[in-house]
Design a protein around this ligand. Structure first.
Ligand code: FMN
Length: 123
């Protein structure tokens, strides 16, 4: 497993405009497909990991693997750098339901005041 071997990754956060490509990317394999070329994505150099950022995504999070819980196949990641594209117009992310359907971000609900005591400094 590549994540286990390399001990690092980038979590790229796509938006609704590229949802179909996301599904196609997730239903083919790098073993026989150059996914950047096929889906016209642009790799960008990351700061702290060898894996590339994806320019077409809203956000990219560079992560180191700090632990692996074999029994449950769970990776614990430490986010070392995060990037967001401030100029991107489409900012709605997608959420997989698990049956091939997706929910798009909608109305923003603001409960900041209620949560202030729980928010970390600077957030
Ligand atoms: C919407 C979606 C969600 C997926 N979620 C998972 C997942 O949670 N775990 C997993 O192992 N594979 C998941 N897959 C399948 C992998 O993305 C797929 O095996 C991957 O594209 C294989 O690429 P690779 O051979 O280049 O590693 C998902 C695919 C799609 C389209």
């Amino acid at each position: 497993m590549i994540l286990y071997r390399r001990r690092e990754c980038v979590i790229a956060v796509p938006t609704v405009d590229i949802a179909k490509a996301v599904v196609e990317i997730g239903t083919c394999s790098r073993s026989d497909t150059d996914k950047f070329q096929k889906f016209k994505l642009t790799p960008l150099k990351a700061k702290s990991v060898n894996a590339p950022l994806i320019k077409e995504c809203l956000a990219n999070i560079e992560c180191h693997v700090t632990d692996y819980i074999e029994k449950h196949n769970i990776f614990i990641l430490d986010a070392v750098h995060a990037w967001t594209d401030a100029d991107r117009k489409e900012r709605r992310t997608i959420h997989a339901v698990g049956d091939g359907t997706f929910i798009t971000d909608g109305r923003k609900i603001n409960y900041r005041k209620l949560m202030l005591s729980k928010l970390p400094p600077g957030v």
